[in-house]
Design a protein around this ligand. Structure first.
Ligand SMILES: [Zn+2]
Length: 277
């Protein structure tokens, strides 16, 4: 499953290649699963529109689309892509080999083509007209920009483990397992602590740690962006230098104590029993 920084990286890479371009022709596969909005309706909505910007919202990729006649800065519609487990959004040329499991091809005026490929079909494509419905905000709060006071308030009175709260997409959107474990280690907080019982100072520390981890991952991801977007496959994405994640039994990089693994909220959870209290 693509994690948050991968989605950010894909969105930026696609944006670099297609913003300002116009969608001239749309083709969709006959599979029903990927389409939240019926494909005919999406195709009709997309054709002729200018792509103003492609950006990440939570774990979704949102393409803000302008009008057909007047080229303004105001988004009139959105194409929303959720990558699911195996989805990829690629920018290629029309003569590029069409990968198996391609579900969408958007031909652009520049000659480029945006393609959505998804072997397992858990990904979703959605289209909305902003005159009729509001823009896509996703569930939960954006972790990379959340203000300190807002962050602290998110966990007030929550009777669940902080690790589970971090993974809860209706609280913060897009924080995956790796980033939850790594940020809790950096903040010195044991994943099992009840979210609502954490002190304000601890939550403030956690916010900084989480944003550091995510920014770092996004930066590392940025360097491999062209492979990620242009190539046929998902090539080796960056490796964050993990401090606890998947390091069960290995010495803590700070104190040397073996890293412990437990299962919390159904997910493998890694922590240092000495550094995290
Ligand atoms: Zn330690």
């Amino acid at each position: 499953m693509p994690e948050f920084p991968e989605v950010e990286t894909v969105a930026r890479g696609v944006n670099d290649r297609v913003h300002g371009d116009r969608i001239v022709e749309v083709w969709f596969s006959s599979h029903t699963q990927p389409f939240k909005t019926p494909p005919a309706e999406q195709a009709e909505g997309l054709e002729g529109r200018t792509i103003l910007e492609v950006r990440r919202v939570g774990k979704h990729i949102v393409c803000d689309l302008g009008g057909r006649d007047v080229v303004g800065e105001q988004a009139e519609a959105q194409w929303i892509v959720h990558l699911g487990m195996t989805g990829r959004l690629l920018v290629t040329t029309p003569d590029g080999d069409v990968a198996p499991h391609t579900h969408a091809r958007l031909r652009l005026q520049s000659g480029r083509e945006v393609r959505f490929v998804d072997p397992r079909r858990f990904g979703r494509l959605d289209y909305r007209e902003l005159a009729q419905t509001k823009g896509f905000l996703g569930p939960g709060v954006e972790p990379t920009t959340v203000e300190p006071e807002v962050f602290v308030r998110l966990f007030k009175g929550r009777k669940l483990a902080i690790k589970a709260a971090l993974l809860n997409q209706s609280i913060l959107h897009g924080v995956g397992n790796i980033y939850a474990d790594e940020s809790l280690f950096r903040a010195g907080i044991r994943p099992t602590r009840m979210a609502g019982r954490l002190k304000k100072a601890e939550l403030l520390k956690l916010r900084v740690a989480l944003q550091d981890v995510l920014q770092h991952a996004i930066q590392l991801g940025g360097s491999s962006v062209s492979d990620y977007v242009d190539a046929n496959g998902v090539k080796g994405f960056f490796q964050l230098e993990h401090r606890v994640y998947m390091r069960t039994g290995k010495p803590c990089r700070v104190c040397g104590t073996p890293i412990k693994r437990i299962v919390l909220a159904g997910r493998g959870t890694h922590f240092c029993p000495v550094c995290q209290r």
